[in-house]
Design a binder for this molecule. Structure first.
Ligand code: F6R
Length: 614
């Protein structure tokens, strides 16, 4: 949801900014732009509709000199994605340039006021309003850029991560955040800015995560200084990043999505490392153990999340209810936050988010906290907003996920939820010892079974070609596999633009069966656990209507194998862990269909990885 980069130091800024934008392109790719204070002391802005590669093309043969600059890759909110609405935006006098990730909610009021004072606007963006406001405040109050930013932000309602440069001030970048992420990288006599650490890690592993309502002044040759909007200086902790550069590269794969699908055996091993003991008899999730009483006394658990993370939450509901016998409700964070939900003091609210920055999930967590609930986060991005504001939590340790369609983060979330369910079950005594140990040993074997599952990739690549004609897909599953059906359908929609719906298999008869014909393929997740016979009946009903069936089956199941048009075998596992295996062929199917259709799988249209606006 827009990516921000900044650099000030001794090196040429432009190549660093372009590289940074490429790393952040997953956050938005409607347009890209850069502002530099050149060696000639000019403040130049180059920006264009399209991707970072279009910006590079656009800037060829322009003056890209200078050792200070800011850059932006956009996911449009206010104003269509075009050259004019692209960031950075100039102020009226073109002496200030600014980039912004977020939404200024009261921009219309501010804009009307500025227009009445003679300001004119080139774009439809809320960002241009803020940069004009900064110039207005700077002129009328005769304050420097830093204080102008501080004062202007006191008038703003909304979310922002901004970076600002000024023509006659080539030794300074001013940046600020509220509800949108911003990281400062500290190098040797140089500073970096990024929406996350990915544009920074190549240069330094020392970072500061800015907090809400903080404004930072980055000045050549000086220490960074951070103040709040009331000009009170804030102390800051320098954090050492654990990320490595190779995690941000494609590593020989044609796309990040395919790389991330194949990484899953290892990400799940990482996710379980230190949490399952070596002889696979015990589980310890420290976040749960440290807050044992909260979980043991909870009358219910509420899980709130969005998109794929919400699907993981649904699987979490099945796992926690079955293993630990605590009632669980799963909510879309966007609904939960606005419907005045009943949350009691003793409730535990689990929020799940890959990015840790999703605006709705963050707001749901804040609401739950304000109502006295104990809020537990399950996040992937270390140091992101959600883990910093929750009472406790667990990281998924899946490593950076760059492909916009979530894959490895999903299975890591389900793994963490499995570990949580098992930990509470052990503490509560809701599972006989031998059953508990059988489950733990089975969970530990999942990475090897994932490796086996991924071997079907060439077969899926081959048969997926047949389905590129389809305009609609149905995905069916029961029990634990109903959320997997939802997730499979979401993956296909996102990257191949084919309409797909996930349904509980038994619901087919209550409506969707009317759609079934030769043109609409149905993917059925049909392992030999759970309600096997009932799913077999569903497949027969589809076949009777000449529908084509792709079945995900347990290895050796000859019954469904003979009924389905195509089948994909997954290894046998416990019912609760089937989603960890069944998700993989569905991810591969979506990937290969999208590839044959010529779609951009890593950067599907209209989407962004990190949804930091509502
Ligand atoms: C789907 C996808 C989205 C995210 C959703 C929540 O592939 O990636 O549906 O799952 O935007 O994002 P996080 O998990 O970062 O809160």
């Amino acid at each position: 949801m827009c990516g921000i980069v900044g650099y000030i130091g001794n090196k040429q800024a432009y190549p660093i900014l372009i590289k940074g934008l490429q790393r952040l392109e997953y956050r938005g790719y409607d347009s890209a732009g850069v502002a530099l204070i050149t060696d000639q002391n000019e403040l130049v802005v180059y920006k264009t509709r399209g991707k970072v590669s279009d910006l590079e093309h656009f800037s060829t043969s322009k003056d890209t000199s200078g050792t200070v600059g800011i850059a932006h890759t956009r996911w449009a909110t206010h104003g269509e994605p075009n050259d004019v609405n692209a960031h950075p935006h100039y102020s009226q006098s073109e002496s200030i340039a600014m980039i912004h990730n977020g939404i200024i909610e009261n921009y219309a009021v501010l804009k009307a006021d500025l227009m009445a004072r003679g300001f004119t606007f080139k774009s439809n963006t809320d960002t241009e309003v803020l940069v004009q406001l900064i110039e207005f405040v700077r002129q009328t109050n005769e304050v420097d850029l830093f204080h102008a930013v501080q004062l202007a932000l006191t008038q703003v309602i909304g979310a922002y991560a901004i970076a600002v440069v000024e023509k006659n001030n080539p030794d300074t970048i001013v940046a600020a955040r509220k509800s949108s992420p911003l990281v400062v990288g500290i190098g040797d006599d140089e500073f970096f800015l990024g929406s996350d650490a990915s544009p920074i890690i190549e240069f330094t592993d020392r970072v500061i995560y800015l907090e809400d309502d903080e404004v930072v002044r980055l000045q050549r040759g000086k220490e960074p200084r951070i103040f709040n909007l009331n000009n009170v200086e804030k102390s800051h902790e320098i954090i050492k990043l654990e990320m490595s550069l190779s995690q941000l590269e494609k590593g020989g794969y044609p796309h990040f999505m395919l790389k991330e699908i194949f990484e899953q055996p290892n990400t799940i091993r990482e996710c379980m490392r230190g949490r399952i003991n070596v002889d696979h008899t015990s589980v310890a999730m420290s976040g749960i153990i440290d807050n044992k009483e909260k979980f043991l006394n909870a009358e219910r658990i509420i899980i709130a999340a969005c998109g794929t993370s919400w699907h993981a939450g649904l699987i979490g509901e099945y796992l926690i209810e079955e293993f630990a016998r605590i009632p669980v409700e799963v909510e879309y964070a966007s609904e939960f936050r606005y419907r005045n939900p009943i949350v009691h003091k003793g409730d535990v609210v689990i929020v799940i988010s890959q990015s840790g920055e999703t605006a709705d999930t963050l707001a749901a967590a804040e609401l739950a906290k304000s109502k006295g609930a104990f809020v537990y986060g399950i996040c992937n991005v270390v140091g992101s907003s959600i883990p910093r504001m929750t009472h406790s939590g667990s990281y998924t340790h899946a490593g950076p996920e760059i492909g916009v369609a979530s894959t490895k983060a999903f299975t890591a979330q389900v793994t963490v939820l499995s570990l949580i369910a098992l930990t509470i079950a052990k503490e509560k005594g809701t599972m006989p010892k031998e059953v508990f140990e059988r489950y733990v040993a089975e969970l530990a074997s999942i990475p090897d079974k994932m490796e086996e599952t991924l071997q079907v990739s060439p077969y899926i690549e081959k048969f997926s070609r047949i389905f590129t004609y389809a305009k609609n897909f149905l995905y069916l599953g029961r029990g634990y596999n109903y959320p997997v059906a939802l997730e499979g359908a979401l993956k296909l929609k996102e990257i191949s633009y084919i309409h797909a719906e996930g349904y509980p298999a038994a619901e087919m008869k209550h409506g969707p069966i009317a759609l079934i014909d030769q043109e609409m393929p149905t993917v059925v997740i049909a392992p030999n656990k759970g309600h096997y016979e009932k799913v077999v009946s569903n497949i027969q009903e589809i076949k009777a209507r000449k529908g084509r069936v792709v079945a995900i089956i347990t290895k050796g199941d000859t019954v469904i194998r003979d009924m389905a048009d195509f089948y994909i075998e997954i290894p046998e596992t416990e019912e609760g862990f089937v989603p960890l295996l069944a998700a993989l062929p569905l991810q591969l199917m979506a990937y290969y269909i999208a590839i044959v259709k010529g779609c951009d799988v890593d950067q599907p249209r209209n989407l962004a990885k990190s949804v930091t606006v509502e």
